[in-house]
Design a protein around this ligand. Structure first.
Ligand code: GLU
Length: 258
């Protein structure tokens, strides 16, 4: 199975911006094991800005562009250093690939990017991808890695996208405020109802990032690729997903064009 796994900042770091060492170590161990079992893994990672903030010791995430981009530049190093060190422990080689929107939009750039990824996979390397936050300008910004993970999956014809986040999946309402909220285990179509429960831009729930996940699911489903949203709190969840168990919310593509 060729799988794209995306991890969010909230999975990788504490609210302080510092690394959640236990979780990241486990994540790298489980991904290494899944790879040893014969799967191809592409990791899409957030966390650069958050880790930069933590490393420099700022009290909050900056609002201005130059500081944000500086934090991303600092944090991206730290992020890759950590992955390189941890995956090396399990004899896996990693490669950093940073992309901007123009690399996705421009056909020639996209072809080069796909060729690089394909070659890295042939070389048995784990590509680790993030947006190139320190150079991306506002008009050429993807801005979130959920869609980026789906776009990459579609381009390299992955079998599955897994978005690991801080919630078990898509709920009928916000489980943090509604105890009757129920997990939706399967979505076969992105209907207005599904978009509504994911929350629009004015929804508190939406700021948890569910709307970007549903948008990513749409991109994947339209290309015939399934996408799962699951909690990254315990990376062992990846074993269950790869084994085909019912975990989180599965957005089912129906096996359309691939
Ligand atoms: N590329 C951003 C970072 O590494 C994160 C984007 C996202 O959270 O989806 O900080």
């Amino acid at each position: 199975m060729r799988v794209v796994i995306k991890v969010g900042t909230s999975t990788l770091t504490y609210p302080t911006g510092n690394l959640n060492i236990h979780r990241v170590e486990k994540l790298c161990k489980v991904i290494s094991d899944i790879k040893n079992a014969g799967n191809e893994v592409i990791l899409v990672t957030s966390g650069a800005t958050g880790m930069g903030v933590g490393k420099i010791g700022l009290l909050k995430r900056p609002d201005d562009m130059p500081t944000k981009q500086a934090m991303a530049a600092i944090g991206q190093c730290e992020l890759m250093y950590t992955y390189d060190k941890l995956f090396s422990e399990y004899n896996h080689v990693v490669a950093q690939v940073l992309v901007t929107k123009s690399d996705i939009d421009n056909e020639k750039h996209r072809r080069n990017f796909n060729n690089t990824l394909t070659r890295l996979l042939e070389l048995n390397v784990i590509p680790i991808i993030n947006e190139n936050d320190s150079v991306a300008t506002e008009e050429f910004f993807i801005g979130e890695n959920d869609s980026l993970a789906a776009i990459i999956a579609v381009n390299i014809k992955a079998d599955l996208v897994i978005l690991l986040t801080d919630i078990d999946g898509l709920y009928t309402s916000d489980p943090r405020s509604d105890k009757n909220a129920k997990l939706i285990s399967e979505v076969t179509e992105i209907t207005p109802e599904i978009l509504a429960v994911a929350g629009g831009s004015n929804s508190k729930f939406g700021t948890g990032g569910m709307i970007t996940k549903v948008n990513a699911a749409k991109i994947a489903m339209e290309a015939g690729c399934d996408l799962i949203v699951a909690s990254g709190a315990d990376p062992d969840v990846l074993y269950d997903i790869v084994d085909g168990k019912n975990v989180g919310t599965r957005f089912v593509s129906g096996g359309a064009v691939k």
